[in-house]
Design a binder for this molecule. Structure first.
Ligand code: NOJ
Length: 514
């Protein structure tokens, strides 16, 4: 069963380098997160996911970990992070760290040892072939970098050698079975990292590339899942309140592997990509695009409903506004469109995630790559707080910033939206307040689609509430037999009588029966 505290949880994802710089060095820090906890709370978010904040050469923005147990000096110290856990908890906020179990940095001491010619305790911590010229059966590998006579397998970038959890069916002498003592040692080493942070007060992990542990032909991820179930059993025994969200994007697999939540990511086969944007050539048919010529909620629901029915008894699907790997929703949607998109995301089942800055509609900026970001860099720019120096992100020189702030005269900021009740920021606050106030909008309350026809509003049920959204520019009507409906929240116009519901242009509403 998923951790019970997830039932009424909304996450805020923080990219630490870009959130708030308190020491003027141009890069965000843990103390910056501490400073903004009340702001996060004011949004209605009661949990954080912090991207990797560990010691790293930062060739992949920290997803190349050099020391799993040490906060990167650019963000502060371990003590700062422990203090953050304590302060967050005092304010009712949980904290997930980012666990990167599939690979380390090539500078991690385990890898340095593993690459030595002399066999040692770490020789099998990574996956090596038996000869310096030997390929790796279709897996990406690197040759010619170490003394050792062999090539090594990669998990992602060249700087990220894959940790060795073994192979489901070893086919070559260099492929270990998953129950080989050295493969088990890798698993124990990751458990040790988890125990370390959980013991210091973190509440769980977002797990990077969670489906990538076992290499080769891991049929339906069965061997990878077995490892996660073993790790889950450890958590259940030692840290029963800890939660894990998978970067897997296959909830039927991830939730059966013991994860509490799995993301519905921006992959072509998840449906998320049909919501914020959905290009057919030059034409955007994204569900929330006002002028989408071929709007169809079924493109999302065909996948989502299958997942939901299959997994609702196991755990949660996590819908997100976006994340540090995807274009921001503001890329393709304007403020009115964003309000409807968020209204939908925050009233669906499961545990939603809000990416920092999406609450004010921060833009995606076209920028040169930074720390392995490539096209992702534009979604990673500093949070925009107010109209002071560097939009309140940092007191340092503009030239020293990790990434530039939005140079536009109308760059959205928290301060500019703070006092406007209709701003995107305050709409997010109102939606999340409603979610917390209505048990029927929270993670577990049942979901059912009531009207999914093209040319009609999308109407859905959560528990005893009826919800409707019309992203188009025209009023749309749905004939129903639900009886009287009274709006408890709305954006735009929504008129319900005994047997019809008319949703005005670009509208959203939540109704109670009667
Ligand atoms: C997924 C992370 O979200 C991404 O940012 C990273 O580059 C890769 N995994 C590799 O760790």
């Amino acid at each position: 069963m998923p951790a019970s505290w997830l039932k009424d949880t909304v996450f805020y994802e923080i990219y630490p380098q870009s959130f708030r710089d308190t020491n003027g060095d141009g890069i965000g820090d843990i103390n910056g997160i501490l400073e903004k906890l009340d702001y996060i709370k004011s949004l209605g978010c009661n949990a954080l996911w912090i991207n990797p904040c560990f010691d790293s050469p930062f060739k992949d923005a920290g997803y190349d970990v050099r020391d799993y147990k040490k906060v990167a000096p650019r963000y502060g110290t371990n003590d700062d992070l422990y203090r953050l856990f304590g302060e967050a908890h005092r304010k009712g906020i949980r904290v997930l760290l980012d666990l990167v179990p599939g690979h380390t940095s090539e500078e991690h001491p385990w890898f340095v040892e593993s690459g030595r010619a002399e066999p040692n305790a770490y020789s099998n911590r990574y996956i090596w072939t038996d000869h310096w010229l030997m390929g790796a059966g279709g897996l990406n590998y690197v040759a010619g970098e170490c003394e050792r006579d062999g090539t090594y397998i990669l998990n992602f970038f060249k700087c990220q050698p894959a940790l060795n959890y073994g192979f489901r069916e070893p086919r070559e002498p260099w492929q270990l079975p998953t129950d080989h003592p050295d493969a088990l040692a890798t698993r124990e080493a990751i458990k040790d990292v988890m125990r370390f942070w959980l013991g210091h007060g973190c509440d769980g992990f977002r797990v990077d590339m969670a489906n990538s542990l076992v290499k080769g032909d891991d049929d339906k991820k069965s061997a990878t899942s077995a490892i996660w179930l073993d790790i889950r059993a450890m958590l259940d025994r030692e840290f029963p309140d800890a939660a894990m969200v998978a970067e897997w994007s296959n909830p039927p697999q991830a939730l059966r592997a013991g994860f509490d939540m799995d993301f519905c990511l921006n992959n072509p086969d998840t449906g998320y990509s049909t919501l914020m944007r959905d290009y057919y050539g030059d034409v955007d048919n994204g569900y929330f695009k006002k002028d989408a010529p071929d709007r169809d909620i079924r493109r999302f629901l065909d996948i989502y409903q299958r997942w939901y029915e299959d997994t609702r008894a196991l755990g949660y699907i996590s819908l997100l506004t976006c994340n540090h790997d995807t274009p921001r929703p503001r890329c393709d949607l304007d403020e009115a469109e964003l309000k409807l998109a968020y209204a939908f995301l925050f009233t669906m089942p499961g545990v939603p995630f809000l990416y920092y800055g999406d609450e004010i509609g921060m833009r995606y900026l076209k920028l040169p790559t930074k720390e392995g970001g490539y096209t992702r860099t534009g979604s990673r720019t500093p949070m925009q707080w107010d109209n002071t120096q560097n939009l309140g992100f940092s007191g340092g020189d503009a030239d020293s910033l990790y990434l530039p702030v939005d140079p536009a005269a109308d760059a959205p900021t928290v301060a500019a939206q703070q006092d406007d009740p209709d701003s995107l920021l305050n709409t997010v606050r109102a939606l999340l307040a409603l979610r917390h106030a209505e048990g029927d909008l929270q993670a577990d309350a049942p979901f059912e689609a009531l009207c999914t026809e093209k040319g009609k509003p999308f109407v859905y049920r959560r528990g005893g509430l009826t919800l409707a959204v019309n992203p188009s520019g025209e009023a749309l009507t749905w004939k129903h037999s639900l009886g009287a409906l009274t709006p408890v929240y709305r954006l735009g116009e929504a008129i319900a009588d005994g047997d019809s519901l008319t949703m005005g242009p670009q509208s959203f509403a939540v109704f109670r029966k009667g």
